[in-house]
Design a protein around this ligand. Structure first.
Ligand SMILES: [Cu+2]
Length: 187
């Protein structure tokens, strides 16, 4: 176990001790799926993906005017299927987030270096979390989808930040951001 996982594991233990049942439930699910994937689940995953006609995530099209990107939640993994993608500063972006998973997920793009603070603020919402889609009031959040249930899709239309940098995207459902994250690189 490397340091990164050791740290994330310690954070997860903290969340599991939370007094809020929703938060604990989310963290338990993460813990449950943390281990190696169960081969028996493979078939189920494929069926769901076929049902939703899952298109692989990543850049879908790129013209001088618009970059389209798709990100899927991976079924039973608490992960996005895109670790990183690149966009041009100031250019129009259409990001399509697709959730074929049984758990609710969102996709939140934050300012560089702010992912952990935003994730912590989402957990701190406690019992209000669901009502607020686990979106804390924070200047560090640039763009965010709602909390999507299984089978839901949401587009985020925005102009890429004018400042180059690595902009993290995370799911702020309690416990998920430790592993459910990626990077939008602006160049
Ligand atoms: Cu999630």
């Amino acid at each position: 176990m490397n340091d990164w996982f050791a740290r994330r594991g310690a954070e997860l233990e903290l969340v599991l001790k939370s007094a809020d049942p929703h938060v604990v439930k989310g963290a338990e699910m993460v813990k449950h799926w943390w281990g190696p994937a169960d081969p028996a689940k493979g078939q189920q995953e494929i069926e769901v993906e076929e049902e939703m006609k899952i298109i692989k995530g990543g850049i879908q099209s790129d013209t001088p005017e618009l970059t389209t990107v798709r990100v899927n939640a991976i079924v039973e993994k608490i992960q996005f299927d895109v670790e990183s993608f690149e966009v041009k500063a100031g250019k129009k972006v259409k990001l399509t987030f697709v959730n074929p998973d049984f758990m609710p997920h969102n996709l939140v793009i934050t300012k560089p270096g702010a992912a952990d603070a935003v994730a912590a603020a989402a957990i701190a919402l406690g019992a209000d979390g669901f009502k607020k889609q686990f979106l804390p009031e924070s200047d560090d959040i640039l763009y965010a989808t709602k909390l999507l249930e299984k089978g839901q899709i949401e587009d985020l239309d925005f102009a890429a930040p004018s400042e180059a940098g690595d902009y993290p995207f995370i799911c702020t459902f309690p416990g998920h951001a430790t592993i459910m994250r990626g990077v939008m690189t602006v160049r």
